[in-house]
Write a protein that binds this ligand. Structure first.
Ligand code: MOS
Length: 744
């Protein structure tokens, strides 16, 4: 059934030219008539109350229209009351209610907002707002409070929740193994730093009709959230986000600044534009939570795992419960008969974390895949071989078959490409002058979580095709993938197909998140193309004698037309529509996972191999080679898919070596606040990254055979690097980021 894939000639990005010429419009670039500019004022304490807020000087500053705070802000009618604890938001608990009262829940919390006629005047006046506080004692240090963790509410309610305590076999059965290790791993909070800053233009078209140009990963989830917050019918809230300049998860939640802009627009009855500063991005729009993990692992001398116990605790805010899937890989990746997982969160006086690429799975894989490496050395077994010894042919957690699993193919592809056989067996034995050289590898996995989605198709009498979906594109090239799917399905040339996205009025799609866009929305593209083909065939049956009795199987759709297989009869779609007197076709189709899919465990897999060089005097670490291999099902577009893998590995290098949101616990405030002191990898940090796809379809997940790429691109990268550093130096670093000071 597969005619889709032109792996050797990937479609170039359909919106690439718009992006590089500046024609692509991002949230802050929308210019509405009579727009005003808002700038936030934020708290300088982590916990307490505002004793007084002096807004007089700001109010009197030139161009200022309003200074908004808890003293005068209107309250969204959907704000929960003080004693309510709603359970429906993106994570759980009570999203921060901006300007609700004088309480301060985290350092950097918006406490006031200046609205002025220009951005510059608003910025100036914001500096004139002065707050006095009643300071309360704050809790911000996870590592000093590890015993205070709690089970998430969802796990308390549902003992079958993946966040609940899990035991297979004997609790802590690893302790009975002849070879066993116990380790602790940790990593700090990591801040999303997409190029595009969070921004919103809020516009009340009428008293009860709201339009938002907003940096979001889901137009319709955002529409739902704000409809609820403002007690409006969802159709009264319109969300526009056709371009998103990176997100990595931080736009999977709606944040205080968005509500603040909407409040302001309502109060001054004009559109309001608000863009966060880079510094503010560190305080209120989510981050990968700092996490502490403990692993106990035991094996027999032959390498067979006896058991793994994995404990994780991560930070959340005091008002909202953020959870993520840190321990999934531990439960399903290896054969170990005894597996225990314990997941806890610690509410602290910080803002709410959110998923960051790979999310919890990347966190968990750092500990698990480091631990596998550690025990491999203890057993004197090649770490790659150890994973093969413990490979499972069915899901040991759910006792179900895998839909597909080509992990061993990934091992082979990667080992060849990196030259795994050159790797020194003994750590710290290979060097080149002052540089110690080492190799490491690790595995990543993420659920192939397909959702239902709808796509609209308009087929015009000239033979061109317009497709629409509410989905967003945070960078992976969604439009390009969708045009590729459509052109292969219906044979209309790619340049005759337009895929419009990023508008809540388009057909249903969820967030762009969880590696699920292509398998969800792509399936709907395929479904709508199938119906179009059927309709075109019927037109041909009725209006073209040569096609009178032709069936779908007898017709080829290519070059913008239909042709009888093995015959000369053909027509263009445009001619066929004209001949049939057909108006433009306009239809919406839905695609969703079928019941068959529920009988399988469905995952994408990645294996990352790296070579590092560590300077023996300075401790400088350079990743000198990276090979990343993925079993992500069928690959729709080798170029954009490859780009995603490269981006994920780059993020993983940051996670492993540089990214560290440093908090000064005296103030409960992050000290890293720009791209100078929070270092994300730049070209000098990143080697050429080789990408290898197994590229075999999984038709259980979806009719195209795709599984998902976005998360597995980063999951496992940090431990692969940590493992390579051990191989180079003999030093095991269990605390990210691995900076030179830890190696000398
Ligand atoms: Mo991703 S963490 O699902 O944006």
């Amino acid at each position: 059934m597969n005619t889709f894939f032109k792996a050797d000639e990937p479609l170039q990005r359909v919106d690439g030219k718009m992006k590089v010429t500046g024609a692509a419009k991002y949230a802050a670039e929308y210019v509405l008539p009579d727009c005003r500019y808002a700038v936030l004022v934020t708290s300088s304490i982590a916990k307490g109350r505002i004793k007084s807020l002096d807004t007089k000087a700001a109010s009197n500053a030139p161009g200022v229209i309003a200074v908004i705070s808890y003293l005068n802000a209107i309250r969204p009618p959907g704000y929960a009351a003080d004693n309510e604890h709603p359970t429906e938001p993106a994570t759980g608990g009570q999203p921060h209610r901006v300007f609700y009262d004088n309480k301060v829940y985290f350092n950097g919390q918006p406490i006031a907002m200046v609205v002025a006629d220009t951005f510059e005047r608003a910025t100036y006046a914001a500096h004139l707002v002065k707050a006095q506080y009643i300071v309360e004692e704050h809790l911000t240090d996870l590592n000093k409070n590890l015993d205070k963790g709690v089970l998430p509410a969802s796990a308390k309610k549902n003992p079958k929740s993946p966040l609940a305590d899990y035991d297979r076999g004997v609790v802590d059965g690893y302790k009975t193994a002849p070879v066993k290790l116990e380790m602790e791993y940790e990593h700090p909070a990591e801040m999303h730093n997409p190029m595009e800053l969070q921004a919103i233009v809020a516009h009340w078209e009428t008293d009860d009709k709201l339009t938002l140009y907003d940096k979001v990963q889901g137009t319709q989830p955002t529409q739902q959230n704000f409809a609820k917050e403002w007690k409006l019918p969802p159709e009264n809230v319109k969300v526009i986000a056709p371009f998103v300049g990176g997100a990595f998860g931080n736009a999977l939640h709606n944040w205080p600044h968005e509500t603040a802009a909407i409040i302001a627009a309502k109060m001054i009855k004009k559109p309001v534009k608000l863009m966060l500063t880079r510094e503010q991005m560190f305080f209120m729009v989510g981050y990968r939570p700092g996490t502490f993990q403990r692993i106990g692992i035991g094996a027999n001398r032959d390498g067979k795992l006896v058991g793994i116990s994995h404990f994780s605790i991560g930070q959340t805010s005091s008002y909202e419960e953020f959870t993520e899937s840190v321990l999934q890989q531990t439960r399903m990746m290896y054969t170990a008969p005894n597996v225990s997982t314990r997941y806890r969160i610690l509410p602290m006086d910080v803002s709410t974390p959110i998923w960051m690429r790979g999310p919890g799975e990347a966190t968990g894989a750092f500990a698990l895949e480091s631990a596998l490496d550690e025990i491999a050395y203890e057993l004197n077994i090649d770490p790659l071989e150890l994973r093969i010894i413990n490979h499972t042919d069915q899901d040991p957690e759910r006792n179900m078959p895998w839909s597909t699993k080509y992990l061993k193919e990934c091992f082979k592809l990667g080992a060849e490409a990196i030259g795994w056989n050159k790797r020194p067996l003994k750590a710290g034995t290979l060097s080149d002058g002052p540089w110690k050289i080492g190799y490491g590898m690790a595995v990543g996995t993420f659920g192939a979580n397909r959702r239902s989605a709808k796509v609209r198709a308009k087929l015009f009498a000239n033979g061109s095709l317009l497709l629409q979906s509410a989905v967003t594109d945070i960078g992976p090239g969604t439009g390009t993938a969708m045009v590729g799917i459509a052109t292969d399905a219906i044979g209309i040339p790619a340049d005759q197909i337009t895929f419009q996205l990023g508008n809540s009025e388009f057909p249903v799609a969820g967030n762009q998140g969880g590696s699920s866009t292509v398998n969800s929305v792509g399936s709907a593209v395929l479904a709508v193309c199938d119906v179009l083909k059927q309709k075109l065939l019927e037109m041909a049956n009725q209006n073209m004698p040569e096609f009178k009795s032709a069936t779908l199987e007898q017709v080829t759709f290519s070059n913008g037309g239909l042709q009888l297989k093995g015959g000369s009869a053909k027509t263009t779609i445009g001619d066929l529509m004209k001949k049939s007197g057909s108006a433009d076709l306009d239809l919406i189709e839905e695609a969703k996972p079928g019941p068959e899919a529920a009988k399988y465990s469905k995952y994408s897999y990645s294996v990352h191999f790296v070579e590092v060089r560590v300077h023996s005097i300075t401790g400088r670490i350079q990743v000198t080679k990276a090979v990343t291999c993925a079993d992500a099902g069928k690959i729709i577009n080798m170029k954009t898919a490859g780009n995603q893998m490269i981006g994920g590995v780059t993020g993983g290098i940051g996670m492993a070596l540089t990214e560290d949101a440093v908090m000064d616990h005296r103030f409960g405030r992050y000290m890293t606040k720009d791209l100078a002191d929070y270092h994300v990898p730049v070209h000098a940090d990143v080697p050429h990254i080789e990408v290898r796809f197994v590229d075999k379809p999984d038709y259980i997940v979806d009719p195209m055979g795709t599984k998902g790429i976005g998360e597995i691109a980063i999951i496992g990268v940090a431990p692969a690097i940590a493992n390579a550093i051990f191989n180079a130096t003999g030093k095991r670093i269990r605390q990210l980021p691995i900076t030179p000071d830890k190696l000398i």
